[in-house]
Ligand binder design. Structure first.
Ligand code: ADP
Ligand code: MG
Length: 757
C-alpha cells in the first residue's frame, strides 16, 4: 500500500534492517515490549516506522509515535520517512517544543521525548497511539529513561483495557541490560533483536601525543592533511560545540576555497562523485605538493584499536614528525589558500536551521570533497552518507552539576570509549574507513567505558514535579532504568515543598518516618498549575504568582528570557586582528550602554539583571525583533526569536490554566510601574528564595578572597557578582540569583536585590 520511488526502494534494500523485517514484525506481534539494537546507519529510525505502517499499526484509530532525544532528529527523520514513503508531511509529521506539522491525517509522528511526556500528562493511556518507538535509547537522556519507565506501566494497562499497545525500544549499542535485566521495569525480559550491520573495517590511528590546549588547531591541521593527501571520501570531524564548529569551518573554507561557479552542478542536487575523476585530481595534487609521502597500504585494515606507532607510519599524517616530511606547512600558521583542491565544508549541530542540516545528506558538488564539521549530533542521531574519514577530538561538552549545591558549569571533558567507538564507526559505512583520534591510545585507555545516564548527573526537581502531576507520589518506587541518587530525590522534594508545589509532609517524631514521608508528598493545587507550564519549577512558581497587579506580561517576559541561554552576544572573545579588536571594543561599549539603559532608573534598578532582561526583551520586540536591532545592540538574534516563541507559548499556557486573566503578548509593552517593580521583586523572591546570598560584612573579612564576596547557605566558598551584572557596582546586602556558574570564579547569574526583612 506504499508507493515508493524505485531509487528509494533500491537504497532501502541495501539497509541491514530490511533483512530483519519479518523477525522484527513477528517479535512485535507476539510481545508488548521489544528491544532492537543495530549500529547507526542500519536503518532503524527510517525503516521500522514504515514496517509498522505497512503491517497496519496505523490503519485503525491509533497512530505510530516515535520519540527522539534531539529536535534535529525528529524534524529530519520525519521529512526523510515522508519522502521514502512518498507521503505528504500531513501524514508523516513531527512535533517539537515550539513547532510541528501534525494534522488530523497524521499516521506517523516523530517528536522529542519531552513532547510525549507532556502528552502523557494529558492522557495517561496515550490512546492516540497503537505503538510507541523510543529511539536512541542508548543516549540515556532523562526523558527517554522516564518514558520507558512510564510505558512499562502504560502498555499493560492498555492491554488490560482491550486497547493493545506496543513499545519498541531502539538502541545503537548492545548495552541494553539496564532495560532488559531490570525486573522492576519488565518482569519478563523483553526479546532483544540484533541487526547485524554491514560495517567495513575501520583503521584507528592514535596520535602519539595528546594536545591539551589547542585541539581545534590540531583538528584543523589534521583535516587539511587528510584532504591534501588521502584518496577521495568524505571527512567527518567531531568537535564539542557550535563556536568551535564555526571557527574550524571558517579556517577550512579559507584554506580550500570552494566556488560554486567552478563546479559542474549547483548545490550538489544530483551531483554524483565521479571517483575516477576525483582520483586523477587527487593524484595530480599529490604529485604536485608532496615530497615523500608514505604509501598507504589499503589492504591493511585492522580492528580497533590499533597499537599506536605502526599505523601512524602507515598513514603518515598522524604525528608532528610527518610535518617535516611534507614541509609545506607548520603547525602554528594558517594553511595557504589552495583553490585547486575544493573542499565542501558544512557545519552540523543541533541548533542549525533544518535547511542547513539537510545539506549534509546530499552529495557534494562535483569535484569537491565533502567535509562535515559536527558536534555530537553526528555520533548516532544522523548518518551522513559517503564518510570515509573521521577526525575525533575525543572530547564532549557537557553541563556538570554539583549534586548538593546545584551549581553548574559547562565543561569540555573526555568522551567515553563507547562514544569514541561510535564516532570511529561513522567512517566505515560504505567502504573501509579511517578514524584519526587526536589523542594517544594511553589516554583512550583512561576514558570511562560508557557515558553515564543523564538522570544520575543532574537535579531532578522538574521530573519529580511532572511525575507527581501524574500521581506518582512515591517517586523512589518508580521503575527508573537507572534510579537517580537518593540525595537528588530528597533535594527535589524539599525544593518543591518549599515552593508550595507539594503538600508539607506530616510531622512525626521519628527521623526514618520523616525521611519516608518527605519522599512521598502529594502534589498541591498550586503544584498542578506549575506542572502545566513548560519551564522548571522555580520559574513555574513565578508564573503562578504573576496574576497580582497586572504583572503577568512582565513575569512571562522575564521567565522566557531567563530560561533561554545566553541572550547577550559573547563579546569577550579574543580578537583576530587589531581592526577586529577595536570593533569589539566598540560593541562592548555599546552593549554596556544599552544594559545601563535597560536596567532602568529608581526602583527598577533593584530588579537588577532581571530588569535588564526585561528591558532588552521589551526594546527588541518594540523594534520588531529584527536581526538588525539585535546585531546593533549586542543581542543574540536566535535567542531573541526563541524568547518570542516562548512568550507566546507561556501566554497560552497561563491562559489555559486561568482563563479569567486573559493575558496576551504585547509587543509594545510599557516598562513596569514602580509598584509593579515591587511586586515583581516579590515574585522573583518567591521563585528563587532558596537562591539567597548575603554580602559578607566588613568584620567577617578574614580572608581577602571574601572581598566583595557573598555567602550562600550551602557553600563554604564565596560567590561573586559578575562585572557585567547591573548590580556589580551596587553590591546590595541581600540578593537572589538565577544560578551559579563556575568559570574563573563562582559567579551568580541573573542577580536581583532583596530587602532584608
Ligand atoms: P539508524 O536509525 O539505524 O541509525 P537511519 O534509519 O537513520 O539508521 O538511516 C538509514 C540510512 O538512511 C542511512 O544510510 C542514511 O544515510 C540514510 N538517510 C537518513 N536520513 C537521510 C536523509 N535525510 N537523506 C538521505 N539519506 C538519509
Ligand atoms: Mg537512528
Amino acid at each position: 500500500s506504499v508507493d515508493r520511488l524505485p531509487e528509494i526502494q533500491d537504497s532501502r534494500l541495501r539497509l541491514p534492517v530490511l533483512a530483519e523485517e519479518q523477525v522484527i514484525m513477528e517479535a512485535v506481534r507476539e510481545n508488548s515490549f521489544v528491544v532492537l539494537c543495530g549500529e547507526t546507519g542500519s536503518g532503524k529510525t527510517t525503516q521500522v516506522p514504515q514496517f509498522l505502517y505497512e503491517a497496519g499499526y496505523a490503519s485503525g484509530t491509533g497512530i505510530i509515535g516515535v520519540t527522539e532525544p534531539r529536535r534535529v532528529a525528529a524534524v529530519s527523520m520525519s521529512h526523510r520517512v515522508a519522502k521514502e514513503m512518498n507521503l505528504s508531511t500531513r501524514v508523516v509529521s513531527y512535533q517539537i517544543r515550539y513547532e510541528g506539522n501534525v494534522t488530523s491525517d497524521t499516521k506517523i509522528k516523530f517528536m522529542t521525548d519531552g513532547v510525549l511526556l507532556k502528552e502523557i500528562q494529558k492522557d495517561f493511556l496515550l490512546q492516540r497511539y497503537s505503538v510507541i518507538i523510543i529511539d536512541e535509547a542508548h543516549e540515556r537522556s532523562v526523558y527517554t529513561d522516564i518514558l520507558i519507565g512510564l510505558l512499562s506501566r502504560i502498555v499493560p494497562l492498555r492491554n488490560k483495557k482491550g486497547l493493545p499497545m506496543k513499545l519498541i525500544v531502539m538502541s545503537a549499542t548492545l548495552r541494553v541490560e539496564d532495560f532488559t535485566e531490570n525486573r522492576k521495569l519488565f518482569p519478563t525480559p523483553p526479546p532483544v533483536i540484533k541487526v547485524e550491520a554491514r560495517q567495513f573495517p575501520v583503521s584507528v590511528h592514535f596520535n602519539k601525543r595528546t594536545p591539551l590546549e589547542d585541539y581545534t588547531g590540531e583538528v584543523f591541521h589534521k583535516t587539511c592533511k587528510i584532504h591534501r593527501m588521502l584518496p577521495p571520501g568524505g571527512i567527518l570531524v567531531f568537535l564539542t560545540g557550535q563556536a568551535e564548529v564555526h571557527s574550524v569551518c571558517r579556517r577550512l573554507r579559507r584554506a580550500f576555497p570552494f566556488r560554486r561557479g567552478n563546479t559542474a552542478t549547483g548545490e550538489g542536487e544530483e551531483a554524483a562523485t565521479d571517483s575516477s575523476d576525483e582520483m586523477k585530481k587527487f593524484k595530480k595534487a599529490k604529485h604536485k605538493r608532496t615530497v615523500s609521502l608514505p604509501r598507504i597500504d589499503l589492504d591493511n585494515y585492522s580492528a580497533l584499536p590499533v597499537d599506536e606507532g605502526d599505523e601512524d607510519r602507515l598513514a603518515g599524517i598522524d604525528d608532528e614528525g610527518s610535518d617535516l616530511e611534507l614541509g609545506d606547512d607548520t603547525a602554528d600558521t594558517e594553511e595557504k589558500a589552495d583553490p585547486s583542491l575544493p573542499l565542501y565544508v558544512l557545519p552540523l549541530y543541533s541548533l542549525l536551521a533544518p535547511e542547513q542540516q539537510a545539506k549534509v545528506f546530499r552529495p557534494p558538488p562535483h569535484g569537491a570533497r565533502l567535509c562535515v564539521v559536527a558536534t555530537n549530533v553526528a555520533e548516532t542521531s544522523l548518518t551522513i552518507p559517503g564518510i570515509k574519514y573521521v577526525v575525533d577530538c575525543g572530547r564532549v561538552k557537557k553541563r556538570f552539576y554539583d549534586r548538593v549545591t546545584g551549581i553548574s558549569s559547562f565543561k569540555v571533558s573526555w568522551t567515553s570509549q563507547a562514544s569514541a567507538n561510535q564516532r570511529a564507526g561513522r567512517s566505515g559505512r560504505t567502504e573501509p574507513g579511517h578514524c584519526y583520534r587526536l589523542y594517544s591510545s594511553a589516554v583512550f585507555g583512561d576514558f570511562s567505558l560508557f557515558s553515564e545516564a543523564e538522570i544520575t548527573r543532574r537535579p531532578v526537581e522538574d521530573l519529580v514535579l511532572q511525575m507527581k502531576d501524574l500521581n506518582i507520589d512515591k517517586v523512589v518506587n518508580f521503575p527508573f532504568p537507572t534510579t537517580p541518587s537518593a540525595e537528588a530525590l530528597v533535594a527535589a522534594e524539599q525544593l518543591l515543598v518549599s515552593l508550595g508545589a507539594l503538600e508539607e509532609p506530616p510531622r512525626t517524631g521519628r527521623v526514618k518516618e520523616m525521611e519516608r514521608a518527605r519522599l512521598s508528598c502529594p502534589i498541591s493545587p498550586l503544584g498542578r498549575a506549575m506542572a502545566s507550564f513548560p519551564v522548571s519549577p522555580r520559574y513555574a512558581k513565578m508564573l503562578a504568582l504573576g496574576k497580582q497587579q497586572d504583572c503577568l506580561p512582565y513575569v512571562i517576559a522575564v521567565v522566557a528570557a531567563m530560561t533561554v541561554r545566553e541572550i547577550f552576544e559573547d563579546l569577550d572573545r579574543p580578537a583576530g586582528s587589531e581592526d577586529e579588536s577595536s570593533k569589539l571594543a566598540q560593541r562592548r561599549a555599546r552593549l554596556a550602554q544599552m544594559r545601563r539603559l535597560w536596567a532602568g532608573q529608581g526602583a527598577s534598578l533593584l530588579l537588577g539583571d532581571l530588569m535588564v532582561l526585561l528591558g532588552a526583551v521589551g526594546a527588541c520586540e518594540f523594534a520588531g525583533c529584527t536581526l538588525k536591532f539585535c546585531e546593533e545592540n549586542g543581542l543574540r538574534y536566535k535567542a531573541m526569536l526563541e524568547i518570542r516563541r516562548l512568550r507566546g507559548q507561556l501566554t497560552n499556557a497561563v491562559n489555559s490554566v486561568c482563563p479569567e486573566v486573559g493575558v496576551f503578548v504585547d509587543c509594545k509593552m510599557a516598562p513596569p510601574t514602580e509598584s509593579q517593580v515591587v511586586c515583581l521583586r516579590q515574585i522573583v523572591l518567591a521563585g528563587l528564595g532558596d537562591h539567597l546570598a548575603r554580602r559578607v560584612q566588613q568584620e567577617e573579612l578574614l580572608d581577602p578572597k571574601w572581598r566583595n564576596g557573598y555567602k550562600t547557605p550551602l557553600l563554604d566558598e564565596p560567590v561573586y557578582i559578575h562585572p557585567s551584572s547591573a548590580l556589580f557596582k551596587t553590591l546590595p546586602q541581600f540578593v537572589v540569583y538565577q544560578e551559579i556558574l563556575e568559570t574563573t570564579k563562582m559567579y551568580m547569574r541573573g542577580v536581583s536585590a532583596v530587602e532584608p526583612e
